[in-house]
Design a protein around this ligand. Sequence first.
Ligand code: IMP
Ligand code: MG
Length: 186
Amino acid sequence: MRDIWADIDNVLIDEDALQARIRAMGAQIEADYADKDDLLLICVLKGAFMFLSDISRAMKRPHSVDFMGISSYGKGTTSKGAVQIIMDLKAPIEDRHVLIVEDIIDSGRTLDYMRRSLMARSPASLRICTLLNKPARREIDVAVEYVGFDIPDEFVVGYGLDFDEYYRNLPFIAVLKPQVFAHLLH
Ligand code: IMP
Ligand code: MG
């Protein structure tokens, strides 16, 4: 069996730091939405599934969740540019207070697309919460209300984020050894 742990170069954000930050983000969101009866968290699949489960449990207030499948990456580590909805929400969001929960904002294409397509459905409000942000890679300026961590321009995996569909189960955010990507560079 393949040893995914042997592919890790270094841990960028460990489990304790992730959990502490997520608890703080949950408290901030609860405070900001204190006067709203309604809150709907929309998880951007697949990468945000772990973040959604922890940020949801970090909040005691009532809220519901829904899921949206978005695809913009192929097998490599750079965006192909085209963003596609591959699984839509279960229910309408008209007049609801919506918070998009995303794993990482890189070029900004995915969240720009999501913001525009969800705004067209007339929510009562729409905000974005991302665990990670790579400011150096931004191509499209998207307003993001909640950011967990700003990180350097490095491809990261773990805690839901994948490379080639693996490494999502690592409980921390890590950088892979350069040789893991070697086969992509010919
Ligand atoms: P954007 O559309 O370029 O902002 O990219 C956002 C999407 O690309 C994220 O939702 C991730 O799924 C993926 N992505 C961007 N950077 C990374 C990374 O460092 N590791 C894993 N996935 C990434
Ligand atoms: Mg994603």
